[in-house]
Design a protein around this ligand. Structure first.
Ligand code: HEM
Length: 266
């Protein structure tokens, strides 16, 4: 009888290194030196976005399964990735405005604005928008994934579910809310959160990690717009927006408003 032997697993085979390294195609003539950095950094971001979504799905499951310690551990990992993502902007800031201009026109209408995974992350964090959905072609795989997320509970919904399974009196209207609607401040939830902070260290720790996440995401937005300002000033974006002016309008909205509201009362 002949034995079927699998080829030995190798580093390159397992990680598909050849395929990965064949995916960087500068469009500028020459090509311009800095375009490689620009491509690689965006690809690295897309990989981190993929990992973030993987971890966010995990943490939502853990909260729903009433596993606060593991949820806390996963949130810590998410926050560490977010810190790396913010720090990576430093690398791109070594590119001067002129270096960027040397290949910018070759981007045509391409922009991070069109990152479907970034929009999925926003949706999971509760920042959902029908207008954003509408920008992705109907029937495309990106649109299908976003539509799915649009109709699914957010991280905040999973957290409220967790609080309810821990015995907190979360009103049914919150547990069955329309999950595509924005997360609005709610005094009855704030009352519960005040109680959590005063007596329940375990759940209060989760609240603090959610605040970290809110802050971390805002930090990425802020650092990105500063980078945009120093690189293209007030020019419009390749994605068709007013550039930095538009990006500034996305800063300052809290993802989990109740967690911020209670700070004045604690
Ligand atoms: C020189 C570097 C960069 C410049 C000049 C730049 C510029 C811009 C501009 C002007 C916008 C507004 C939309 C538009 O294009 O009209 C935008 C949006 C965006 N960019 Fe960048 N960007 C840069 C690097 C990055 C990197 C490395 C990422 C990582 C993935 C990224 C992700 C995004 C995302 C996700 C948005 C949408 C933000 C939102 O709608 O809230 N950008 N960028």
């Amino acid at each position: 009888m002949t034995e079927t032997r699998n080829a030995a697993v190798t580093y390159e085979g397992y990680l598909k290194v050849d395929e990965l390294l064949s995916l960087q195609h500068p469009r500028s003539d020459g090509p311009e030196h800095d375009e490689m950095l620009f491509i690689i950094i965006h690809q690295v971001y897309e990989l981190w976005f993929k990992e973030l979504l993987h971890e966010l799905d995990h943490v939502m499951r853990l909260l729903r399964d009433d596993e606060p310690h593991r949820a806390q551990h996963t949130l810590k990992r998410i926050l560490t990735i977010l810190k790396v993502m913010v720090a990576q902007l430093d690398i791109l800031e070594t590119m001067t405005p002129l270096e960027f201009l040397s290949f910018r026109t070759r981007l045509e209408a391409a922009s991070g604005f069109q990152s479907a995974q970034f929009r999925q992350i926003e949706f999971v964090l509760g920042a959902k928008s029908e207008a954003v959905l509408g920008r992705f072609p109907e029937g495309s795989p990106s649109r299908a994934k976003l539509e799915k997320r649009y109709g699914e509970p957010t991280l905040w919904d999973a957290f409220l579910y967790y609080l309810s399974s821990e015995g907190y009196p979360v009103p049914a209207s919150h547990l069955t809310r329309v999950v595509s609607a924005p997360i609005e401040p709610a005094p009855e939830i704030q009352q519960i959160l005040l109680d959590v902070y005063r007596r329940d260290t375990k759940s209060a720790e989760i609240c603090e990690r959610l605040v970290d996440l809110d802050e971390g995401f805002a930090e990425w937005r802020y650092r990105h717009v500063r980078m945009v300002e120093r690189t293209i000033g007030t020019k419009p974006g390749t994605g068709g927006s007013r550039g930095a002016e538009y990006l500034r309008s996305t800063i300052g909205r809290n993802l989990f408003p109740d967690l911020w509201e209670i700070r004045a009362t604690l």
